[in-house]
Write a protein that binds this ligand. Structure first.
Ligand code: ADP
Length: 932
């Protein structure tokens, strides 16, 4: 431990500290290199101040630093504790405030003035100080001037010792020096002339990472300098020891700790001399600046990163002085945004303003002024436009942030500028779109208001009574039209319960309907009769869901409709009855959905009920008699294809097995577009009629038979003559044959004649037998000419008797007919006999003419005419009426029976008066089957 006093130590520390500060400042300036000049001092000053304060803070004695007016700039922890103040609170106070006695204060002020002027460089003074709680303490204050490089006094340092705690001067100083030595955060190192370490403080041990015992006595250079600089430093040291060199007050070099780590240390050295002024070693104070260097490296790297980022991001970055007057950094985006070079911004920090759109300039300036004045409440600038010389412009958005130093002073402004042109354009587009939308909304709102008004008016103006009620029947709203539709008396009032106002007979149906509508959310309607002004009326209430929990009731007078319905029902009943009586039912076949509707009578005709039978095209076909089914299907198909009128008779089989004859008629219905949509028609049970027809046919056949027998009776003479003649001839030829055979002559010609004659007699007999036979109708194909000839044969005798000539004229192209041959021959014989009768009184020559000719495509006409007197005009209308005759003994059924027989074969018979005398009858017969 070197023999030194606290005052000396303090002096030395102060000096070293000042020097370190200055040198560091210089060093930093060199280090910063390209840094603008303004930046260096700020950073260095703060670094220096920080360092000093930590140094002072570490002192075990109470120390405070004042400016020349005595204002406390810094008080260390011990000073603050001694005075009972928190450390921060002492800063800014005047030291004089701590001095309690008037006299002490006066003496202090004198000393202060002398110190400030540099008349005194240090001074000790005993005085009373007051603590924060007002307690007085006796202290000894040692004042020390602080000087700058030019030796001018810059501040004062006061070391305060409480007197009561002070032991004696010398001991105390040694103790303080010792404490300082131990606690200081710098390495204090003494190296003797032999390069050995003779003294090192604890911080030094920590720095060298070894115990004091491992360090003391070791060669500093061999043990704690890296190989790279050992020799050079050693040489310098030796020269120093020899007095050949002045000590280098400040330098930095690398040292190597006991664990081999290399650290960078900033040194301040002073030469130690003995009493005889011989150099005995060096006292060095070293600060570990490894971290600081690393920080500086990191800073350089961050700066590089910042530059790289700033030059690659879409935003423009800038750094300026706090007053925005000087640009320190501006990223290249500036050239793109402003169309000006970055250099121009460094040269003239106001040039950028010229390109700001005049409309935006003022607000921007205002905002800038606020920021310069320290108002950083908002980081943002108003959005602005930069106008380029060619007229294009960009929208920009800027933000800036202040940068503070440790004293919380703004030293820089940092800003980011973003190009928001596209965003602006998008915003404009959105704004426009929004305007359009808003306009639409406005129009819609107006329209809605209009519609609401309309609805309201409609609600009030509706001819029907409209009510809005809630689920419990409470009346919410109503239009008060015809309240009499609901209420026999009493007024509608909002808030009243509807049920309470209703007549009893409709109360329950209304309550139930409202409940159902509320739960099922489906419409309902209630028809009910009521008496209005003594008149029977009908109303219909439509109950329907409205809003949530609200139900709409619309009541209308439906009397007309209801009465019409009732009338319609009556008519329907009548129609049903009529259908039932006439056995005619109606049906409607919907061709779109395939459904088939039957009237009640159709069910009755088919022997089924709506409950047991579901009418449809398929089920309908099943009811048809098997033999008729395909025919019906075919006809229906043809009707649908060609739109023929549908008319068909067929048989159906009832479930009981009974067969019924029905006649169906129908027509196709088309919609407005002309498309066939349905087929409607009737079905009539014609079983009875068919039965009557059958019976009529039977009677007709019986009558025909009887008539034939009667004709046969009439023709007996003729027939027997006709038979007699060939028989007589056969007898004659037989005896002639006998003679010829006896004479041995040829008889073959006689045999042929006998054969022909016997055939002829056989034919007559056969025909007579056919005529006498009782037989039902039988339609066949036959040649009408054959029938005419064989009929003529039967009456051949009479014709001869009455000297009537017969003329048969035929067009042989068409002579085959389809009819009942026997019956048609009966008709012919009847016509021939009538003609014969008519001509029996007529003068000669009498002529019976029979013409056969085609009548259209499907008929053959047989015309029978005579040369008789003809039919009197007044008798023509009765010709075919049964039992009308002009003949004595005549029956008057010949013609009427003929008509019936011809029609039964599908033909027609008619009378056509001749222009000259005589009568003429036309018989039309089909030449083929009806459905061929
Ligand atoms: P009938 O022969 O038994 O009188 P018809 O029915 O055959 O019954 O004839 C009715 C009447 O029609 C005859 O009485 C006759 O007056 C008249 N008549 C029928 N055919 C002829 C005819 N060819 N010329 C004139 N009158 C005729």
């Amino acid at each position: 431990m070197p023999h030194t006093t606290t005052a000396e130590l303090l002096n030395e520390v102060t000096r070293l500290r000042r020097r370190v500060g200055e040198l560091e400042q210089e060093h930093r300036r060199i280090d910063a290199g390209d840094e603008p000049a303004t930046r260096g001092p700020v950073g260095a000053a703060s670094y220096q101040t920080g360092r000093e304060h930590s140094l002072l803070d570490a002192l075990p004695c109470a120390v405070c630093e004042c400016d020349l007016s005595g204002t406390i700039l810094f008080a260390n922890t011990t000073f603050a504790e001694l005075h009972g103040y928190p450390q921060d609170e002492l800063k800014g106070r005047n030291y004089a405030d701590l001095v309690t006695d008037e006299r002490d204060r006066a003496a202090y002020l004198v000393v202060l003035e002398q110190l400030s002027r540099g008349q005194l460089s240090s001074h000790s003074q005993e005085m009373g100080h007051c603590q924060q709680d007002g307690k007085r303490i006796s202290v000894e204050v040692k004042w020390q001037c602080q000087r700058d490089a030019s030796d001018a006094v810059t501040g004062l340092l006061a070391v305060v010792n409480e007197v009561s705690r002070t032991v004696t001067g010398g001991e105390q100083e040694i103790d303080l020096a010792g404490q300082y030595f131990r606690l200081v955060r710098e390495m204090i190192l003494v190296i003797d002339a032999g390069q050995k370490i003779t003294l090192i403080n604890p911080h030094g041990c920590r720095l060298l990472e070894a115990d004091e015992s491992e360090i003391i006595g070791k060669n500093w250079f061999d043990h704690f300098l890296p190989d790279t600089n050992r020799r050079d430093v050693k040489t310098l040291f030796n020269q120093l020891m020899q007095g050949e060199n002045k000590p280098v007050e400040f330098f930095e070099n690398d040292i190597q700790t006991a664990t081999g780590r290399v650290k960078r240390v900033a040194w301040h050295n002073s030469i130690l001399r003995d009493d005889a002024n011989n150099i005995i070693g060096t006292l060095s104070v070293g600060i570990d600046i490894t971290e600081r260097l690393e920080e500086q490296q990191a800073l350089r790297e961050s700066k590089q990163i910042f530059q790289q980022i700033s030059e690659h991001v879409n935003e423009m970055l800038w750094v300026s002085s706090a007053d925005l007057q000087k640009v320190y950094y501006i990223s290249p985006k500036y050239e793109e945004f402003w169309g000006l070079t970055c250099q121009s911004a460094y040269d003239d920090a106001t040039l950028w303003l010229e390109r700001i759109h005049p409309e935006d300039r003022e607000s921007l300036m205002e905002n800038m002024t606020r920021k310069i004045q320290g108002d950083f409440s908002s980081t943002e600038f108003p959005q602005f436009r930069v106008v380029h010389p060619e007229g294009s412009f960009r929208w920009l958005e800027a933000r800036s942030f202040p940068v503070y130093n440790e004293q919380q002073e703004v030293t820089r402004m940092v800003g980011i500028i973003e190009d928001i042109t596209q965003r602006k354009l998008d915003e404009d587009a959105i704004l426009k779109e929004n305007e359009v939308l808003e306009d639409r909304v406005r129009r819609r709102t107006a329209e809605l208001a209009r519609k609401t008004a309309q609805l309201k008016a409609l609600f009030q103006g509706l001819p029907d009574l409209v009510l809005v009620v809630d689920r419990r029947g409470e009346i919410i709203n109503f239009n008060n039209r015809h309240p009499e539709y609901l209420l026999s008396d009493g007024d509608l009032t909002s808030g009243n319960k509807l049920w309470d106002l209703l007549p009893e007979e409709i109360r329950l149906p209304f309550m139930e309907a409202v409940q159902r509508v509320h739960t099922d959310w489906r419409r309902e309607s209630i028809d009910y009769p009521l008496t209005m002004k003594g008149e029977q009326r009908w109303c219909r209430a439509r109950v329907q869901p409205y809003l949530q929990d609200e139900i709409l009731i619309i009541v209308e007078d439906i009397s007309e409709q209801k009465f019409a319905e009732i009338e319609l029902n009556r008519t329907h009943e009548k129609l049903s009855e009529a259908q039932r009586l006439a056995h005619i039912g109606s049906w409607d076949w919907n061709l779109t959905d395939g459904t088939l509707w039957w009237s009640e009578e159709v069910y009755r005709i088919f022997g089924v009920t709506p409950a047991s039978f579901n009418p449809g095209p398929a089920t309908f076909l099943e009811t048809i008699h098997r033999d008729d089914r395909s025919r019906v299907e075919y006809i229906v198909d043809q009707v649908l294809k060609f739109d023929f009128p549908y008319s068909i008779e067929f048989r159906i089989v009832r479930p009981s097995g009974a067969v019924r004859y029905v006649h169906e008629r129908g027509t196709l219905r088309r919609n407005a577009a002309g498309k066939i949509v349905s087929m409607q028609g009737t079905v009539q049970d014609i079983t009875e009629r068919q039965e009557a027809i059958r019976k009529t046919q039977e009677y007709r056949d019986i009558l025909a038979h009887a008539s034939r027998l009667s004709v046969m009776g009439e023709l007996t003479a003729g027939i027997s003559h006709e038979l007699n003649q060939p028989l007589t001839a056969i007898a004659n030829y037989s005896s002639a044959m006998k003679t010829r055979i006896e004479q041995g002559q040829d008889v073959s010609d006689l045999v042929r004649r006998i054969e022909a004659l016997s055939h002829r007699s056989g034919d007559i007999v056969r025909r007579l037998r056919l005529m006498s036979e009782k037989r039902p109708q039988e339609l066949i194909r036959f040649n009408i000419l054959d029938s005419i000839r064989s009929t003529l044969q039967l009456i051949e005798y009479e014709l001869r008797q009455k000297q009537i000539n017969v003329q048969l004229v035929s067009d042989s192209r068409m002579s085959v007919v389809y009819a009942d041959r026997v019956q048609i021959e009966q008709v012919l014989s009847n016509l021939f006999l009538n003609a014969m009768d008519a001509m029996s009184e007529s003068p000669l020559s009498r002529m019976l003419t029979i013409k056969v000719a085609p009548a259209g495509e499907f008929m053959v006409r047989v015309t029978v005419s005579d040369t008789g007197p003809g039919v009197p005009d007044d008798f023509v209308g009765q010709l075919f009426t049964p039992f009308t005759t002009t003949k004595e003994g005549g029956l008057g059924i010949g013609l009427s029976l003929s008509r019936s027989l011809v029609e039964a074969s599908g033909g027609k018979i008619s009378f056509s008066p001749k222009s000259d005398s005589g009568a003429s009858f036309d018989v039309f017969l089909p030449c083929r089957k009806m459905d061929e």
